[in-house]
Design a protein around this ligand. Sequence first.
Ligand code: PMP
Length: 362
Amino acid sequence: MKWKPILRTMKPYTPGRSLEDVKHTYGLQEVNKLASNENPYGSSPKVAEYLRSKAAQFEIYPDVYTAGLRGKLAEFHQVESNEILFGNGSDEIVTIISRALLQPGTNTVMASITFPQYAHNAKIEGAEIREVAMLENGDHDLEGFLKVADEETAVIWICNPNNPTGNLLSSTAVKKFLDRAPKTALIVLDEAYFEFVTDSSQEDAMKWIHDYDNLIILRTFSKAYGLASFRIGYGVTNADVVSELNKVRNPFNNSSLALAVAEVALEDQEFLQHCVTHNEEERKRYADYAKQHSLAIYPSATNFVLIAVPGDADEACEVLLQNGYIVRSGNLLGVPGFVRVTIGTHEQNTGLFKAFDQLLTN
Ligand code: PMP
């Protein structure tokens, strides 16, 4: 068959180990999955209530225009309803953007250590990937981005806060970049973890979309809203960009049930705040733990931390697995010597620290 030659050099997405698999392999009763930055507090109780009380009309295709959620989000972000694009997770928006803008002869700029799906999609589309090494503190080197971007740059990816480091670029730094970036490139500000940011000086970038025609902001219901299994992500940008991207979007890419549930979750901002507050308290415990044991840790603004381990990261993951904790090895993420741990509940984190202690005494 006539596969694109690049596929020979690529691998499908490697998921973390599943709870059932780890339970079975290690003979454990209880396993904690702290590997995919999901919400350890689940989702709004109103979602469960909704699912008990109402059934979607399963035989009817979903509303292509996603009017209900669109209207609520437009109001929530103070934008027009035609300035929103929905994806089957923000993963799909990354794919849609790549499919619409990247092709041989174009290039795309991103940090060297960032969300891998940007490079993955760019490869499939045949675009040149220009990776810019991160700064020592883990920040994107935005000056470096400007140096490598040129008139053939079609997409620039800023992951803020960044996965897997958790680093947050200030609003001022991002705005300064937007002022100087080529207007011919689409700037993607992927804010999958935005809701976890508690630094009050951080501005809401949504209001910038009217100042910069080439800016799209990505958000998701998978993280702070705790709805990863429903696959709802969205992009906010000007109506012309939405209209072009819509040409490559599959119709009916969100299920009716997922759209309805996201609407319910959006309305429960109290639950969201509860998760964000607990996450912030627990995030501090990780910083303290790292300090106490003189372990390097990146300054996370998210619901995960990238923390150093003594020795090989895969081996450290194995020890943590034996203790019932699934985390992500830095070897897979381009940061050997580190593991990425999703910040769990208080109890989960206490258990994780106890298991981590074993790595330090071995
Ligand atoms: N962007 C970033 C930075 C992420 O970490 C993730 C999830 N790992 C996504 C996008 C995609 O999330 P989803 O497709 O669940 O919205």
